[in-house]
Design a protein around this ligand. Structure first.
Ligand code: NAD
Length: 417
């Protein structure tokens, strides 16, 4: 078993300005990566040469990434005796920006889920999932190109925070008894119990991040999505705290739905952002029927989880869905699918999710030229109908390539860019 954690030998650290929370990226940054479990090493091996090639092409050698491997998951357990050594958390903090493959949740291990632990320990409070159609990708929609949304999902609270007691356990009975005697609430004694905490602090920082993104990315709408008609003091409060934050901190740019018709003749004025809200179930219908009317969605954890995957399906599924978990001090970009253990080592699955997460990462670094080059070359490859098995089986006349073959096809496209 290895005892020593390898430090990077070359490159410079990315830093954060503590006042503005803006990151400063040198031309030769150290970026941490976690290969992940199962198909993780395959998608990483396919993606890394693409990342290096787009940076080389976009900046003609003036910029270069120095990759730093951060141990996590099954390989880390074999080498260091832990699925997530404390040094790995430190390394992520130090890197500021990290890209990762999927991690298998160890069965019977000390972790509920490595991914949830990572989000909680590093306070990565927003799960950000852009959903945009890439022309040529098979989709169940008639007009998938109408979908261009970014979901900001709260990552630390709600029923996903894991505050639960098992049916019949001593603790569950204690809570049931307390609720009955102190609060007058009757619950079946055999019920399992889950608690759904939602706070102004966590809601406001999420909505702030969504609003800042909308401003930077020149988006026109931010929608607070909630189930406040039923859960008034959690989901309903999410909506109220969201509006409160917008009025307090973004009053100069925000306009609201009631003003839209009365003061702006139904059109959002230049430089303004329409802030509105939708009940979650209605939002699922809107995403299918009127996707053009939505832009940035700010959502609590559980509804945001459903919505992110449902939207991903509208544009071609999870194999192509990028994502990131972002906090004030670091950001972890990741393939959004799991470790797909049955495909381990087969060099078969689609690396698209990790590749597009890399494009998100470049945007975060303000390396927009690299992000655009990557997205364009990936889109061209799909338009040439060069795809991995998951898309090939849904397309006529495609050329099926391996995971690494797809990465190589993108690098080939770069030569013509
Ligand atoms: P999964 O996403 O790993 O796989 C489900 C199926 O989706 C696969 O069998 C495959 O058919 C398909 N698939 C997944 N990724 C694909 C790709 N890139 N290209 C083509 N097809 C792809 O889901 P699962 O089987 O439920 O989870 C396996 C493990 O992954 C579990 O231990 C789970 O906890 C973990 N997981 C990790 C993350 C993460 O690290 N962010 C996310 C989800 C699940």
């Amino acid at each position: 078993m290895k005892a020593k954690f390898e430090e990077p030998r070359e490159g410079q650290w990315i830093t954060i300005d503590q006042a503005s929370l803006k990151i400063r990226v040198p031309n030769n940054p150290v970026i941490g990566y976690i290969e992940g479990d199962g198909v993780g090493p395959d998608i990483w091996a396919a993606s890394r040469p693409v990342f290096d090639a787009v940076v080389e092409k976009a900046y003609s050698g003036d910029r270069k990434i120095f990759w730093w491997e951060i141990p996590a998951g099954e390989q880390s357990f074999r080498e260091f005796g832990s699925h997530f050594p404390e040094e790995s958390f430190d390394a992520i903090r130090r890197s500021v920006i990290v890209i990762k493959g999927p991690l298998t949740t160890p069965v019977g291990g000390g972790f509920r889920s490595l991914n949830v632990t990572l989000r909680q320990k590093l306070d990565l409070y927003a799960c950000v999932r852009p959903v945009k159609y890439i022309s040529g990708t098979p989709s169940p929609m008639i007009r998938p190109e109408d979908v261009d949304m970014v979901v900001f999902r709260e990552n630390t609270e709600d029923v996903y925070a894991g505050i639960e007691w098992k049916s019949g356990s001593e603790d569950a009975l204690k809570i049931i008894n307390f609720l009955e005697t102190e609060m007058g609430v009757k619950i079946p004694v055999e019920a399992g119990i889950g608690v759904k905490p939602m706070s102004p602090k966590a809601t406001k920082r999420l909505v702030r991040m969504a609003m800042r993104f909308a401003l930077d990315d020149k988006r026109k709408r931010v929608t607070l999505v909630h189930k406040g008609n039923i859960m008034k003091y959690t989901e309903g409060a999410f909506r109220d705290w969201g509006y409160e934050l917008v009025r307090c901190e973004f009053g100069d740019v925000a306009i609201f739905e009631d003003e839209l018709a009365t003061e702006h003749h139904g059109a959002i004025p230049e430089g303004k952002i329409l802030v509105n809200d939708r009940i979650a179930d209605a939002m699922f219908q809107q995403a299918l029927l009127r996707p053009k009317e939505y832009d940035v969605l700010a959502m609590p954890n559980l509804n945001g989880d459903y919505m992110s995957d449902a939207l991903a399906a509208q544009v071609g599924g999870l194999g192509m869905a990028p994502g990131a978990n972002i906090g004030d001090t670091c950001a972890v970009f990741e393939a959004t699918h799991g470790s797909a253990p049955k495909y381990t080592g087969l060099n078969k699955v689609n690396p698209g999710s990790m590749l597009l997460s890399g494009a998100m990462m470049f945007r975060r670094m303000d390396w927009h030229e690299a992000a655009e080059l990557l997205e364009d070359s990936l889109a061209k490859t799909i338009r040439l109908r060069i795809v991995t098995y998951d898309l090939a089986r849904l397309m006529n006349d495609s050329t099926e390539v391996s995971c690494s073959g797809f990465g190589q096809a993108i690098v080939d496209q770069l030569k013509n860019a």
